[in-house]
Ligand binder design. Structure first.
Ligand SMILES: NC(=O)C1=CN([C@@H]2O[C@H](COP(=O)(O)OP(=O)(O)OC[C@H]3O[C@@H](n4cnc5c(N)ncnc54)[C@H](OP(=O)(O)O)[C@@H]3O)[C@@H](O)[C@H]2O)C=CC1
Ligand SMILES: O=C(O)[C@H](O)COP(=O)(O)O
Length: 497
């Protein structure tokens, strides 16, 4: 159970949790809390502290001090501590996963997978960091026209300072460690602001770093509504880098934030382009996995199917047969389709379904909703004038657009405001390569659904889908800057071979 056993220090009363500052679990001086509502019961499950601006100032001040010492800690020691945190996370996966089930309605098995994957990500980051940051560059001046070999440049990677990490609700543990671990291995301090839905699993994850023995102040976690403390955090003068994953909020953060490097992973409208020669059984299986896992609440979910008319009937039939077999219910029972995260999210999804229905789309399944639980729907014959053709539902509904040509499919994909991932199904690798090159998205998957993982692959969006590249090596490098030291010799020196 959350807040018990090794997690006892986090509890500030029944189902209320402290925040983490200067290596200690503390209650906010605001005496106010923020509710974390269980999406399944729609009742308050947990409460977290509504941190004050003074408390935010304090975490940044202690981060600054801790970072100076951390940057002087040998790389192998930083890696060793990260490996310990990874082990702690895996050892305590059960209560953390249980919190994920309660606060974001993640199906029970997926919740455990998220925690284990996060432990693996931290360990991989430690290993990759040792390799990447353990080497620098030695550059000689005489490669540039008109220059002799009298300047020797030693370039290495140094930390940025304090990294502000803001993950979204759908992977509150995994998308937090995918920011925290690269920041720490690179010698930075971290201030984490977890999503409100997902804050409690995030706090438990932070405690695993505490148990591993990270120095006080190096990693802090402040809680509160993003709409209330978000601007204060993102515009704070002590922030040296922002790593954010979420929705449009990221665009306004990018506009307001100062001159700091940013990693923004935002929304997506990942298209699945199905050609006439595709293996339709494979496509149907991937549409189910890609479109409906975690009830479609993944940035990389398939969010529109663009299928050539000649194979559309067959594909829709195959997908419908599989939709009928999806289990719908509670995350504790490991149902495949579980309640979506909030009532407002459910209302938004419902609005998209009604708009499509009114404008003449075919709902392949009857629309059904109980509270935040929405039964999966494939929406066929979607046309460009329908909202669902362009908007991101973040729910278990999937539009199908029947296209006459591949060019029409590519055009639809590129006309989207988003450009995260996309996928192509065909048995012709040459065609797949041409289409992939024409698709304006950060990643294109050939013959499989979009996915961020494995976690060391580059992951990036274009247009409104983001700035910068994630994936372990890229994140580590983004959280460093290059420092050069140039040795100036009195005259040119060439080694004789
Ligand atoms: N590209 C990607 O990798 C991913 C993209 N997403 C996108 O995120 C959206 C859903 O996630 P969701 O969590 O609702 O996204 P939000 O953008 O609403 O929230 C993301 C995070 O930002 C915080 N936040 C809210 N307002 C501010 C603010 N003014 N300043 C700073 N932080 C703030 C939230 O805190 P609080 O919860 O307290 O409001 C939360 O921690 C979808 O659009 C989805 O596509 C989601 C996952 C991955
Ligand atoms: O936040 C998300 O939705 C992700 O970054 C997607 O991750 P996944 O492809 O591993 O589900």
């Amino acid at each position: 159970m959350a807040g018990t056993g090794v997690f006892e220090d986090l509890a500030a009363g029944e189902d209320t949790f402290k925040f983490y500052s200067e290596g200690k679990w503390q209650e906010s001086a605001s005496k106010k809390t923020v509710n974390v509502v269980n999406p399944s019961t729609q009742k308050v499950q947990y409460k977290v502290q509504a941190c004050t601006q003074d408390e935010v100032n304090a975490v940044f001040a202690s981060a600054k001090v801790a970072q100076k010492a951390w940057a002087k800690t040998p790389l192998w020691k930083r890696a060793e501590l990260l490996h310990k945190a990874a082990a702690m996370l895996k050892e305590h996966k059960t209560p953390i996963a249980a919190a994920l089930v309660k606060e974001i309605a993640k199906p029970a098995k997926d919740a455990v997978t998220e925690v284990v994957r996060s432990g693996d990500l931290i360990s991989y980051c430690a290993e990759e960091g040792v390799r990447l940051l353990g080497e620098g560059k030695f550059i000689m001046s005489d490669s540039f026209p008109g220059t002799d070999r009298n300047k020797l440049c030693l370039a290495s990677k140094i930390p940025l300072g304090t990294v502000l990490c803001i993950p979204p609700f759908n992977y509150p543990v995994n998308l937090a460690v995918s920011k925290i671990a690269p920041a720490l291995i690179a010698g930075n301090a971290v201030v984490l602001k977890p999503p409100t839905q997902g804050a409690v699993s995030g706090l438990h994850m932070v405690h695993c770093f505490h148990l591993a023995g990270f120095p006080p102040g190096l990693l802090s976690c402040v809680t509160g509504k993003g709409s209330e403390i978000g601007d204060f955090l993102t515009t704070h003068p002590s922030v040296n880098c922002i790593s954010f994953t979420g929705g449009d909020t990221g665009i306004s953060i990018a506009r307001k934030a100062g001159m700091v490097p940013m990693q923004m992973e935002l929304g997506g409208k990942d298209a699945c382009i199905v050609l006439e020669d595709a293996d339709l059984d494979l496509v149907a299986a991937n549409i189910i996995k890609g479109g409906f896992s975690y009830s479609g609440q993944r940035c990389t979910a398939i969010k529109v199917v663009l299928v050539l008319e000649s194979v559309a009937d067959k594909l829709v039939e195959l997908v419908n047969a599989k939709v009928a077999k999806l289990s719908v219910g509670m995350p504790e029972d490991d149902a495949q389709i579980t309640p979506v995260v909030t009532e407002s999210s459910a209302n938004f999804i419902e609005g998209l379904v009604k708009d499509a229905e009114t404008k003449g789309a075919t709902l392949c399944q009857a629309y059904k909703r109980e509270g935040n639980l929405i039964w999966p729907v494939l929406i066929d014959h979607v046309k460009p004038e329908m909202r669902i053709a362009w908007e991101e539902p973040f729910g278990p509904i999937l539009p199908v657009i029947r296209v006459k040509t591949v060019e029409e499919a590519i055009h639809h994909c590129n006309a989207s405001q988003f450009g995260l991932q996309g996928c192509i199904f065909t048995q012709d690798i040459n065609k797949a390569m041409f289409i992939s090159d024409a698709m304006e998205t950060g990643t294109v998957q050939i013959n499989s659904a979009p996915a961020r993982g494995p976690d060391h692959f580059p992951f990036q969006g274009i247009r409104d889908s983001g700035i910068g590249t994630q994936g372990i090596p890229n994140s580590i490098l983004l959280m460093t800057k290059t420092k050069s030291t140039v040795i100036n010799l009195p005259s040119a020196s060439y080694t004789m071979g």
